[in-house]
Design a protein around this ligand. Sequence first.
Ligand code: NAD
Length: 248
Amino acid sequence: MQDLKGRVAVVTGGASGVGRALGVRLVAEGAKVVLADINQDRLDEAAADLGGGTIGLKVDVTKEESVQALADQVFDRYGAVHLLWNNAGVGLGEAQRKIWTLPANDWKWGIDVMVLGVVYGIKAFVPRMLEGGDEGVVINTSSTNGGLRSLPNTPIYAATKAAVTSISEVLHQQFLREGGKLSAAVLFPGPHTVNTSIMASRRVRPTEYAGTEPEAPVAYETMQDLVRVTGLKLQLTEPEEVADFAVE
Ligand code: NAD
């Protein structure tokens, strides 16, 4: 997918922060943007601010039926989706907590939003994206604290974001087996990169996966490399656009 002009892009967690900034960029690239979020007020405000026909649709990514309803609305309206960005996430207020002190419900909440939220997005959108036959991409927002290097002070966040990284890699390999019209990638915003450039990494590349063992180089790549790898004509935010991001 070389050009986002006229393509349909859905960004969960799109009402603020990274998701909203992604929306700004996608609108600038000419995409038809759907921001999806649980926070209706911020969602309406963000959609109005972005302009360019951006719409905001309410979703709770922890509820499969809510994500399915989102997909129904988007496909009814546009007939296709080319970019699904599973980006919704939460800070769990777990700073400095030891694993042996964290209540199971906190784990469940983290897993519901960060892991199942991504899975429900894939389940709701991918079958219809594949059926449509267009080129497209699924991008999942992980964290620098997720799978590549886990930090000790946020155990649930680190574990759930590691799952997001892993799901993205598996998804990409499964897409290749489906013919490669869809690709998957993972975005790693993080405290070290968020104010300069947002980093992205894809550990498995189409050319390196020829039915044999995928290579697993853990190399960060810049957003420009993400563009190269996925063929997505997309460049992320300018520094000032990310200045107010909450740094974990
Ligand atoms: P944010 O809080 O500004 O945005 C997250 C959005 O997700 C919010 O608008 C929130 O309403 C929405 N959301 C939360 N629960 C939801 C649910 N159940 N259903 C639908 N929407 C829901 O945070 P952010 O910093 O922009 O984070 C965006 C993503 O980037 C997250 O996945 C986060 O983990 C990741 N991330 C951010 C940073 C950073 O430095 N900001 C670093 C690493 C990773």
